[in-house]
Design a binder for this molecule. Structure first.
Ligand code: UT7
Length: 334
C-alpha cells in the first residue's frame, strides 16, 4: 500500500511552515562596484544601474563560500522558524545554477552539512525560475504521499560566473540563499502552479561552457541578451499569474503580495500594474540583493515575513522567469 492511499481519504495538501535566508556579509554598493570596474577599464555608474534596474547593492560571497554553505544557513533558519529538526525532513530540493560541484548534487552536500542522512535529496535546474519549479515539485511529492516534510532551497553564488568585463551583466547579479519548509497538511497552502519553458531561447541567457577531458570547453561565464530577456519576461509573467489564479479559482484582488523574481524593478512594477495591484503589494528586494537567480524569491519572502509585512493567512503570488527560457507562478495561502 502506498502512503497516499493509507490513513484516511482526507485530501492532502502542502503548506509553507517556515522560511529562512542567508546573505553573505560582503555588501557591494554600485559605487564600489563601479570603482572596481573602472580599474579594468569598464565604465558604469550608480545612476545607470539604479535607473535601469533599481539595484543599489548586492552581496558577494567570499571565495571559499559555496552555494551549499549559504543554503545550509538559510535551511537552518527555515527549520527553526518551522519548529522542525533536520532529521524530520524527508525531502531536500536545492534549486541552483551554481552548484558546488558537477556532481554530486548540492542537495546531497546540504544534507551532509545538516548532519542527516537517508532522505531524498536532489538539485533542480531551472535558473531564475528554479524556486517556483522546486516548490511545485515538493508540493506534488507531498500531495502524492512521496514526502511529508520538505526543505526547498534556492541558493546561488552567481558572482562566480560573472564576466566582470561585461558591464551589461556583471552589475546585475548577487549571491544568497533562501529556504522554506513545506509540510503535508489537511488545509490547502500551495493552491496552484503554472510552469513553462521554451527551449528556442536557450541562447539569450546562458553559461555555454561544459566540462570535457578535464577542461572547461567554451565559456564558463554568464551571457545575456538583456533586451530579449526583458521583452519575454514582461509578456509571460502576467500570463502565468492569470493562469495560476484561474486554476485556483481566485481573482487579482485576492493577491495580498506579489513576490516576483527579483531581476529588474521595471519588470516587477510592470507586472504589478498589469495585475492591477498597487505597488505597496509588491515585495521588492532587488535594490539591496541584486538578482540572486533561484534564491531571489525565497530571499524576498523571508525578508518580508521577518520584517512583519507578510503575515500568516496572506495570499502570495510567487513568479519566476529566467534562462531556458523558463517561467512559472505559484499561488500560496501562507
Ligand atoms: O534573471 C533572469 C531574468 N533577467 C532579466 O529579467 C533581465 C532583463 N533585462 C534587463 O533587465 C535589462 O535589459 C538590462 C538591465 C539588462 C539592460 O537595460 P536596458 O535598458 O535594456 O539597456 P540596454 O541593454 O539597451 O543598454 C542601453 C545602453 C547601451 O549603450 P548604447 O548602446 O545605448 O550606447 C549599453 O551599452 O546602456 C549601456 N549599458 C551600460 N551603461 C552603463 C549597458 N550596461 C551598462 C552599465 N553601465 N552597467
Amino acid at each position: 500500500m502506498t502512503s497516499s492511499s493509507s490513513a484516511s481519504n482526507a485530501p492532502r495538501f502542502s503548506r509553507i511552515t517556515g522560511t529562512g535566508s542567508m546573505l553573505p556579509p560582503r555588501r557591494v554598493t554600485n559605487a564600489e562596484l563601479a570603482a572596481e570596474l573602472a580599474g579594468r577599464g569598464v565604465e558604469t555608474s550608480d545612476d545607470w544601474i539604479v535607473a535601469r534596474t533599481g539595484i543599489h547593492a548586492r552581496h558577494f560571497a567570499a571565495p571559499d563560500v559555496n552555494s551549499s554553505d549559504l543554503a545550509v544557513q538559510a535551511a537552518r533558519h527555515a527549520l527553526e522558524a518551522a519548529g522542525r529538526h533536520a532529521d524530520e525532513i524527508d525531502l531536500i530540493i536545492v534549486a541552483t545554477s551554481t552548484p558546488d560541484m558537477v556532481f554530486p548534487s548540492t542537495a546531497c552536500i546540504v544534507q551532509q552539512k545538516l548532519g542527516v542522512q537517508g532522505c531524498a535529496a536532489f538539485d533542480l535546474q531551472a535558473v531564475c525560475s528554479g524556486f517556483v519549479y522546486a516548490l511545485t515539485v515538493a508540493d506534488s511529492m507531498i500531495r502524492s504521499g512521496a514526502a511529508s516534510k520538505a526543505l526547498v532551497i534556492g541558493a546561488e553564488v552567481f558572482s562566480r560566473i560573472l564576466d566582470f568585463n561585461d558591464r551589461g551583466t556583471c552589475v546585475l547579479f548577487g549571491d544568497g540563499a533562501g529556504a522554506v519548509v513545506v509540510e503535508a497538511s489537511d488545509q490547502p497552502g500551495i493552491l496552484a502552479s503554472d510552469l513553462h519553458a521554451d527551449g528556442r531561447h536557450v541562447d539569450i541567457l546562458c553559461v555555454p561552457g561544459h566540462v570535457s577531458g578535464g577542461q572547461v570547453q567554451g565559456s564558463a561565464l554568464l551571457k545575456m541578451d538583456g533586451q530579449a530577456v526583458f521583452k519575454l519576461a514582461v509578456g509571460v509573467l502576467e500570463a502565468a499569474a492569470r493562469a495560476v489564479l484561474a486554476k485556483a479559482g481566485r481573482q487579482d484582488a485576492d493577491i495580498d503580495w506579489l513576490i516576483p523574481h527579483q531581476a529588474n524593478i521595471r519588470i516587477m512594477e510592470g507586472t504589478a500594474r498589469k495585475l492591477k495591484l498597487p505597488l505597496e503589494k509588491l515585495i521588492a528586494t532587488v535594490g539591496e540583493h541584486g538578482n540572486t537567480s533561484a534564491a531571489s524569491i525565497p530571499l524576498a519572502l523571508d525578508h518580508a515575513i521577518r520584517s512583519g509585512r507578510i503575515q500568516r493567512g496572506d495570499t502570495l503570488m510567487l513568479e519566476g522567469v529566467g534562462g531556458g527560457f523558463t517561467w512559472g507562478a505559484v499561488l500560496v495561502d501562507l
